[in-house]
Write a protein that binds this ligand. Structure first.
Ligand SMILES: Nc1ncnc2c1ncn2[C@@H]1O[C@H](COP(=O)(O)OP(=O)(O)OP(=O)(O)O)[C@@H](O)[C@H]1O
Length: 646
């Protein structure tokens, strides 16, 4: 009942809202664009603005001066250049020359300013996005579908180069509009209806082409969207490094190219079909342009016949009628500008989405330690990922004393990495508290937690940056990089077992760890893991009091992982350490082992205690030992690889 009553009212409100939006949305978009532009370089914006006005009005000024010159010439010829008519002609000629000279210089200067502002605008645009994205506490807001949608659309606009010439496009359009408008004003001198008629017909052109191109784009985007994505994906398969090996080994080259061509021509087919449907509209618009200009020129010729206007005025009105086209459709420029406005609107929306999805929680008044090992406490912590109905962690209670080494083990998907992410303050729990030295992890983690995730980042930068990012302050220090006694970054790499790697790199610490760069080298999976571990050790040297290794060693063999973890525990003695691994033999030396199962911690104790309990851990350990004994009996008899829950 209530919905029956409210529905019509709601529809009226929605219609009213839509109408208001039609009016306010363009204003909002323009305001955002101009605000970004202003931030890109106010002085350049003012200078370009002045030039746009001058260059926009100059063509009409030149037309007027030309008219004056043409009008004065017969009398000047008759009475000589020294006469008053001669002076008028000479002044008009001078005005024309000055006008053209100004135009040439003005366009040069405007070209320079446009270039500067185009790149400044793009970088301000990127900076605004980066600020919004990096400004969130944690990563949860970035996983919201509406945020990922906006980011994907912005990336797409970027890839298509839709922003690179925003300022050029905008200034060119503004200039053309000013020229068209001033030419129309001049035509008022012929008949009051002449500019109105031409302006209307150019607006008709504008409307119809905007509709046609929007339709083409919509067809391209909506009907062809999946085909566009598919063709781009196929192109990536053909030319990108990701699939290069498989495409060759499986002989997929012909198939990839054929599929790419099919997908692309199906997109183009849809766009061409949509354009063909506009032929009638185009014919009507062309007829309207011819008719309107015909009427204006007919009126003009009748005035000439009647002797109502002179030759100078004819020159002015004919040129003004021709130049009035600048009031009409300006081709791709308008399309590009609309794309820029769309992108700016998205940036604004992204900013407000990220601002509202990240409420700040109050920090408790507990004590705060600023150095040494971190005391970790999870108090009744429950956590559910966005879009999931079931919590991943349910009322967890753990206390890890400062300096303790703890291993987290459990089957795939048990929630081990989720615990790690909560400890890093990347997500907020639904309820309960994650406390580091008594402070919420979201506020306390930065600088105090060092972590190497399973999918740690392989920065396409120098070795020194890859290790030094663990502690930017140490990496920035201008110390000799090869001396492990004084350089914490070098010491971290040595401790992580990366000395041999360093010796093999062509440019030592400056070697870029990626192919495709001068002297760049890609590393094996195991070598990358040593670099990542070195990064974590650098962080500890830089003051991190909680070190978490979330299975970054999966590419190392069992023996290497075990040795590394043991070495790690020795090196980080005095630091709170959390190790996540599926290989139980690798973490058995930890002071304490937590077994995560079905969203909770089900066992908690040392290796010996858990084995003695004969519970889940003991079963997992026995199973892994058994499997390993079958696969590689000689290597590590007491505990092995293989990753399965019992
Ligand atoms: N960003 C995310 N959004 C939604 N669900 C997620 C997200 N990350 C993890 N999950 C889900 O949460 C559950 C626990 O994942 P988590 O990565 O913590 O497990 P894990 O114990 O570390 O597993 P593994 O041993 O395979 O690394 C899984 O069901 C996983 O699919």
């Amino acid at each position: 009942m209530s919905s029956d009553v409210s529905a019509p009212g709601g529809a009226v409100v929605a219609r009213g809202q839509a109408r208001t939006d039609v009016l306010t949305r363009p204003l909002r978009r323009w305001r955002s664009l101009l605000r970004l532009l202003w931030r890109a370089g106010p002085a350049h914006v003012v200078a370009l603005g002045v030039l746009v006005v001058v260059l926009g009005l100059l063509p009409t000024a030149i037309i007027l001066a030309t008219g004056e010159l043409v009008g004065a010439l017969p009398a000047a010829v008759e009475h000589g250049l020294g006469s008053a008519d001669g002076t008028t002609a000479l002044l008009a000629l001078a005005a024309v020359i000055v006008g053209w000279t100004l135009r040439a210089f003005g366009h040069n200067a405007a070209g320079y300013l446009r270039q500067v502002l185009d790149s400044a605008f793009t970088s301000t645009f990127h900076e605004t996005i980066a600020r919004s994205v990096l400004g969130t506490r944690g990563v949860a807001p970035l996983e919201r579908p509406e945020v990922t949608g906006e980011l994907a659309a912005l990336e797409d606009a970027e890839r298509r180069g839709q922003l690179r010439s925003t300022v050029s496009t905008m200034s060119n359009i503004a200039m053309s509009r000013l020229t068209g408008l001033s030419a129309l004003i001049v035509l008022l001198g012929l008949r009051w209806w002449a500019p109105l008629l031409l302006a209307s017909v150019w607006q008709l052109v504008n409307l119809s082409y905007r509709r046609a191109s929007a339709k083409g784009v919509t067809v391209g985007i909506s009907e062809g969207a999946s085909e566009v994505r598919r063709s781009e994906y196929l192109r990536g398969l053909a030319v990108g490094p990701g699939a290069a090996k498989e495409v060759r080994v499986f002989g997929l080259a012909g198939w990839v190219v054929g599929q790419y061509a099919d997908a692309w021509s199906s997109v183009l087919g849809a766009i061409w079909r949509s354009r063909r449907a506009n032929r009638l509209l185009t014919a009507v618009v062309v007829a309207a342009i011819l008719l309107a200009h015909g009427l204006v020129l007919l009126t003009l010729s009748r005035d000439v016949n009647r002797g109502a206007i002179g030759v100078g005025e004819v020159a002015v009105f004919v040129q003004a009628a021709v130049v009035s086209f600048s009031f009409g459709w300006l081709g791709d420029m308008q399309w590009w500008l609309t794309r820029s406005l769309d992108a700016v609107e998205r940036v604004e929306r992204l900013g407000s989405l990220l601002a509202t999805t990240d409420p700040v929680r109050p920090t408790p008044p507990d004590r705060r330690r600023t150095d040494g090992a971190v005391d970790v406490r999870l108090r009744d912590v429950s956590f559910t990922y966005h879009g999931r109905s079931r919590p991943t962690l349910d009322r967890l209670n753990v206390h890890v004393a400062a300096g303790q080494s703890t291993a987290i083990v459990g089957a795939n998907g048990a929630g081990k990495s989720t615990m790690v992410k909560l400890l890093c303050g990347l997500y907020e729990p639904d309820s309960g508290r994650v406390l580091l030295d008594g402070l919420d992890a979201e506020v306390a983690a930065r600088g105090r937690v060092a972590v190497i995730f399973q999918d740690f980042v392989r920065y396409e930068l120098s070795l020194r940056a890859n290790v030094g990012f663990g502690s930017l302050t140490t990496a920035d220090d201008d110390v000799p990089v090869d001396d492990t006694a004084v350089d914490p970054v070098a010491a971290a790499l040595r401790d992580a077992g990366g000395a041999e790697l360093l010796a093999r790199l062509p440019n030592g610490w400056d070697t870029v760890l990626a192919r495709g760069y001068d002297g760049g080298v890609d590393l094996s999976g195991g070598e990358w893991q040593r670099v990542a571990l070195a990064r974590a050790l650098a962080a500890v040297r830089g003051g991190a009091g909680l070190l978490i290794l979330d299975e970054p060693t999966a590419n190392l063999d069992v023996r290497a992982e075990t040795e590394l973890f043991e070495q790690f525990l020795d090196l980080t003695r005095g630091t709170t350490t959390i190790l996540v691994s599926h290989r139980l033999s690798s973490v058995r030396r930890a002071d304490r082992i937590l077994v995560v199962h079905d969203r909770r911690i089900v066992e908690d104790g040392s290796h010996q205690e858990l084995i003695a309990q004969e519970g889940r851990y003991a079963r997992m350990f026995a199973l892994q030992a058994q499997r390993f004994a079958v696969e590689e009996p000689a290597a590590v008899p007491s505990g092995p690889e293989v990753v399965r829950d019992a």
